[in-house]
Design a protein around this ligand. Structure first.
Ligand code: SME
Length: 156
């Protein structure tokens, strides 16, 4: 079920990204946040934090409520840790993650996936769920696959 939803999400995003004229990274993030936000009923935040100067992340395009967390330093919270370690992080229960930045008390679990251009970290994709333990290796594999579409070389 989840796998087939991801297959459809991947195809939708791939086809949107192949539009002509070529889309900016900003446009791709906006479209992806919108595509992802309406697929799984427990997801309450879907969006991006973009790497800016001096190892800081700044809020990018997202779908969800207005949040207080607009800037996150590398190493802080789940997003900053993912950016610093350059790896996907799944938090099954946000109450048990010591280095957690709470932006919405409804969030119970979270996944953060880094986006690279070659080796360079450009942004992180952050998804919050109102259900505990909502993310697993299927989400990790599929979101990482989607993350490779942003700077794919063979796009038009
Ligand atoms: N919880 C995140 C902060 C961003 S919000 O979830 C949108 C974190 O710990 O980095």
């Amino acid at each position: 079920m989840k796998k087939s939803i991801y297959k459809s999400i991947y195809n939708t995003i791939e086809s949107l990204f192949n539009s002509s004229p070529p889309l900016s990274f900003q446009a791709k993030m906006s479209l992806t946040a919108s595509v992802l936000a309406y697929q799984f009923k427990n997801w309450i935040f879907c969006g991006f934090y973009v790497s800016i100067s001096d190892r800081n992340l700044e809020i990018g395009p997202y779908q969800g409520k207005i949040l207080p967390c607009t800037n996150i330093k590398y190493g802080a919270g789940v997003c900053g840790t993912s950016a610093m370690k350059k790896e996907t992080i799944i938090v099954k229960d946000v109450y048990e993650y010591a280095n957690y930045i709470s932006c919405d008390s409804d969030t119970k679990s979270e996944i953060v996936v880094p986006i690279f251009n070659e080796e360079e970290l450009i942004a992180v994709l952050d998804i919050d769920s109102n259900k505990r333990n909502d993310f697993d290796k299927i989400d990790k594999e599929n979101l990482e696959k989607i993350s490779t579409l942003f700077f794919k070389r063979d796009q038009k």
